[in-house]
Ligand binder design. Sequence first.
Ligand code: UDP
Length: 311
Amino acid sequence: MPVSVVTGAAGFLGSHLTDRLVAEGHRVIGIDNLLTGSVANIEHLAGNENFKFIKQDVTEYIYLPGPVDFVFHFASPASPIDYLELPIPTLKVGALGTHKALGLARAKGASFLLASTSEVYGDPLVHPQQEDYWGNVNPIGPRGVYDEAKRFAEAMTMAYHRSHGVRTHIVRIFNTYGPRMRLRDGRVVPAFVGQALRGEDLTVFGDGSQTRSFCFVADLIEGIYRLSQSDFREPVNIGNPAELTVKAFAEKIIEMTGARSRVIYKPLPVDDPRQRRPDIGRAKSILGWEPRVGLDEGMRRTIEWFRQRLD
Ligand code: UDP
């Protein structure tokens, strides 16, 4: 039975990945310091003999007895308001945490997969974003703590592959949504859905003409699982290329929830990317992957999940 370590296992993506690995017959050791993760995301695994939880900060030395076959490094604050509030922990988990997780993979002879991000492209000057685009990142801006930590993490991952022969993988994750996002994590999906379900106005930042492309979590996890099973070492974008403006997204949520909310406008955060859409040609050709769940279907399921949490 393969043994997988998932850092950030109590987070939104880490917990969905953990579920998938357990379903694939892995024994999973989940590590999380619960800074932005929540035990509620993994409590259904309590008592499952194939899951073990360790509450630890992965920037500290990771000691685990026994064999490990895969290390998935998913620990990090991931919402802009979280990493603005937690700039130094964000830098540390991307830098020191990645180093520790790679060190564990190397010591165990395990494969490694880094959860990287479309934020490595910054406010992109190339559209849609292909993996060979180097990005447009402000290193000293408020988002730089996340963007540069992830860029360093990618560099460290490639160095461990080239210098130590670790079997590494890098996924660049684009905006993803679904059940288990924190209602108040500040990202646009929980923000708008929470506001609509409470009958509050939806806060669009800027004029709402900036674009994003939203991927349902089940699709993302499928892509990541396939990447982990591949021999491909370069970064791979995983995301849904269906792009829309933030204003159109707000209107869609109002319509789908039947809320009587209006759209109101707030200042645009510093360095908020103008546009974002993954080019998924690489994922298609190398992994045979493309998203299956459209925005309407995915949002229906997500709104339903949030509705149950609010009731
Ligand atoms: N956004 C918004 N209202 C909110 C939260 C976010 O208009 O209440 C905008 C934000 O400025 C950005 C987009 O929605 O343009 C996506 O923001 P999110 O925080 O989800 O992630 P990002 O893609 O910026 O990392």
